[in-house]
Each structure stands twice: as C-alpha cells, then as structure tokens.
Design a protein around this ligand. Sequence first.
Ligand SMILES: O=P(O)(O)OC[C@H]1O[C@H](OP(=O)(O)OP(=O)(O)O)[C@H](O)[C@@H]1O
Ligand SMILES: Nc1ncnc2[nH]cnc12
Length: 146
Amino acid sequence: MFGPSIALAIGAKFVPFRKPRKLPGKVICEEYELEYGTDCLEMQVDAVQQGDRALIVDDLVATGGTLSAAIRLLECMGAQVVECGCVVGLPEVKGQCRLNGKPVYILVEPREIDNCHRADISSGILNVPCSGWLAERGKQQHEMKA
Ligand SMILES: O=P(O)(O)OC[C@H]1O[C@H](OP(=O)(O)OP(=O)(O)O)[C@H](O)[C@@H]1O
Ligand SMILES: Nc1ncnc2[nH]cnc12
C-alpha cells in the first residue's frame, strides 16, 4: 500500500511481494512462520537485478515472519537489503529480533520497546548507510526518543 508512493518519492523502482497466485509471470515463493501457522510470499523472478539495493516497506511488523521472507527472497535473487520500514511495530511479538540484524524503522509503537529492539534500531541508524524516506523517518524517531 505504501510502497509505490515511497518508491516514487525516492526515485526507486517498486517491486510487489504478494500472497501466492496473485502475481503474473514466473515467481519464486518463500514460506514463513506467522504467530499461528505458516504462509507464503511470492516475488517475480525478474523483478530485481544482482546487486540492486532494496528497502522493504510493510504496514505492520509483528513476528517479523513476513519481512524475513521478503529479505530471503530478495537476497536469493542477488539484491542487497539495506533496511526495512513499517508504519506499526508490535513490540510484544519481538519480530524485529528475527530480521538478522537488518535495521527496521517503525513510525508507531503501541507501547515501549525492550532493550533488544532498541539496540537494533540504534545500531541501524548509526552504522548503516541509509538514504531517503525511511532513513529520515528513522532518524527523526531516534531523535524524538533521545
Ligand atoms: O510480522 P508478521 O507476523 O509477519 O506480521 C506482519 C504482516 O501481517 C499483516 O499481513 P497479513 O499476513 O495479516 O496479510 P494481509 O497482507 O492480507 O493483511 C501485515 O500486513 C504484515 O504483512
Ligand atoms: N498480532 C497482530 N495484530 C494485528 N495485526 C497483525 N498482523 C499480523 N499479526 C498481527
């Protein structure tokens, strides 16, 4: 939902990740775990080139299963995942700890996050060469909390 607008704003191409049987052409599929059960995410095989830098945007992160499947799909096709951005983060599910060290920027959290998550966000902002909308929002969030 937010992806196309953000891609337009930062001059990037938009690559959709969809539930099975929604995308045309040849796709690759990645299974992931949800809070209850499993699901699959698909991406078109020719959507990214080797070495492309990718930002992953989703409305919400809970377990991190969806974002981690998107990371695996992109890396499988040779792209480099720079960062993830979500409007809502549900800290009680601790999904952000499943993202293998990828920085995740969150605009709204229902309540205070724990130290593990806070450390991940801080190191992402300080150490990762970020650009564009997500990086700016992440820095603003960090400054507001400081
Ligand atoms: O961090 P996670 O535990 O993976 O949860 C986050 C996902 O949950 C919601 O999608 P959902 O799978 O409910 O499907 P939807 O896109 O049809 O709403 C949301 O849009 C995220 O993609
Ligand atoms: N725990 C949760 N609450 C609301 N929306 C969700 N989407 C995925 N997990 C969710």
